[in-house]
Design a protein around this ligand. Structure first.
Ligand SMILES: Cc1cc2nc3c(=O)[nH]c(=O)nc-3n(C[C@H](O)[C@H](O)[C@H](O)COP(=O)(O)OP(=O)(O)OC[C@H]3O[C@@H](n4cnc5c(N)ncnc54)[C@H](O)[C@@H]3O)c2cc1C
Length: 429
């Protein structure tokens, strides 16, 4: 028997397991997936839990058994992964060693409050994070108690998974406090190391306008140095100090220590990855997808989904003795919940920044890019069902127009021309 081992049974790992299962001869191949957790969390649901919005109020609303979306033919091992010995092609875990012929690393990343002076100590007092299910539930009481004062939504440092989630949190806080009739007494600020609400110019312009309309202050260029929960202050490396009453914190997002411990990482906990083939840059027969990779697109479930196609295709190629292809284009898309039952949609890749338009069909949509709509909100709400029933089992790739490669159809390309950015990509049209 030959072995494919998948490290991590979250979004990326589970999808790859399902796709490989249907494409390999299982009399010849054993597929093993290893995860330390017995629970799979639908992370986008964590955004709504602090506000008890749209039916999300408890950890159980977003959690299922890790086994459920994994096919019976795939061996699931619950164990902590300690090391990848790529010279011997062996994985060392708390439950013993596993050898591999090909390996897929999809161990994600996690928010670690211990990375910032005073942050871990402040957690549960006047600081919470919705990047962790338990803390997201704990935040409910603090938000309910808040009738006046200053709420900071603070991104400690980049990169983080789902980079638009903090902005969504600020929009939902505006909606939540308005419904409770206390919005005029509460200052909401997004405190970010970015130079604005978002990195890319067109999206930044549009999202900053929405933030202004909702009276959300954007405080840029603030890299978190320390938190003092007694004096209720946060400090930045740039030298500024902000007072607060409550912080919704996004602590530094840390990749798996296994990457650097195994000499496969970039020194910051993320696997060194070829941006187009998704192969490890340090060892053969290892592919990387999802949040634990150091490629320069967003860390998002949609990205793990689009990357899975390249990873599976390239593993099958290498098994046949062919070269891995450079097929991944950095495609990412995500809904941005803006409150009042509305949302926006972003769609972009390595070369093309988010721009307005219709998605996936020109003129028809039904979703609108960089524009608030009720249908976008419905798309975001429906995604929970789509995640469990179509994305993880591997059926989403069969949907017309929802391609792993970003589609230019429906996008307002004049916007790009006007800004005179992305000339290189427009030449390809
Ligand atoms: C608040 C929030 C909102 C989000 N909203 C969206 C959204 O709207 N749209 C979107 O596309 N994305 C969203 N995301 C991001 C999305 O959830 C992640 O990008 C996606 O889950 C990444 O998949 P992954 O497979 O890389 O990692 P994960 O799904 O996190 O899976 C990693 C797995 O590896 C396991 N693991 C890690 N280390 C070890 C180890 N040493 N040993 C054993 N097992 C290990 C973990 O237990 C976990 O099961 C959101 C994230 C957050 C936090």
């Amino acid at each position: 028997m030959k072995n494919i081992v998948i490290l991590g049974a979250g979004t990326g790992g589970t999808l790859v397991a399902n796709l490989l299962r249907s494409q390999l001869d299982l009399k010849e191949w054993q597929i093993t997936i290893i995860d330390k957790s017995s629970v799979h969390v639908y992370q986008p649901g964590m955004l709504f839990i602090p506000f008890k919005l749209y039916g999300y109020s408890d950890v159980s609303d977003i959690s299922r058994s890790i086994k459920k979306p994994i096919p019976d033919e795939v061996r699931l091992v619950i164990a902590t992964i300690n090391l990848i010995d790529h010279a011997k092609q062996i994985i060392e875990t708390s439950e013993g060693n596993f050898s591999y012929d090909w390996l897929v690393a999809s161990m994600g990343c996690y928010a670690d409050a211990n990375e910032v002076d005073g942050l871990a100590d402040a957690m549960g007092k006047n600081v919470h994070t919705f990047y962790n299910p338990k803390s997201a539930v704990e935040m409910q009481q603090s938000l309910e108690n808040m009738k006046e004062g200053r709420l900071l939504v603070n991104i400690a440092e980049m990169p983080i998974k789902c980079p638009v989630a903090p902005l969504e949190f600020a929009f939902l806080a505006d909606y939540y406090f308005s419904k409770r009739g206390v919005r005029d007494n509460i200052d909401i600020s997004l405190v970010t190391p970015y130079s604005g609400a978002f990195t890319k110019p067109v999206a930044n312009e549009i999202l900053s306008k929405v933030a202004r309309e909702k009276r959300i202050n954007v405080i840029p260029n603030f890299s978190l140095e320390s938190v003092n929960s007694d004096s209720k202050q946060i400090k930045s490396f740039e030298g500024s100090t902000l007072d607060y009453d409550l912080v919704s914190s996004i602590p530094p997002n840390v990749g798996p220590a296994v990457s650097d411990d195994s000499d496969l990482g970039d020194g910051g906990g993320f696997f060194m990855t070829d941006a187009r083939t998704l192969k490890s840059l340090k060892a053969e027969r290892i592919f990387i997808l999802g949040d634990n990779s150091n490629v320069t697109t967003s860390k998002a479930g949609s990205v793990a989904h689009f990357e899975a196609e390249t990873v599976v295709d390239n593993i099958l190629r290498e098994i046949r003795g062919e070269k891995a292809q450079q097929t991944f284009d950095g495609h990412a898309n995500c809904f941005i919940e803006t409150g009042y039952h509305k949302a926006m949609l972003l769609d972009f890749n390595y070369d093309i920044e988010p721009i307005p338009g219709a998605f996936p069909t020109p003129g028809i949509g039904p979703f609108s890019l960089l524009k608030e709509s009720y249908l976008n909100h419905m798309g975001k709400m429906t995604f929970d069902w789509v995640y469990w029933n179509m994305l993880l089992p591997g059926y989403l790739g069969n949907m017309p127009l929802l391609t792993a490669h970003m589609n230019l159809v429906g996008k307002d390309l004049r916007r790009l021309l006007r800004l005179n950015v992305q000339k290189q990509c427009l030449l390809r049209i």
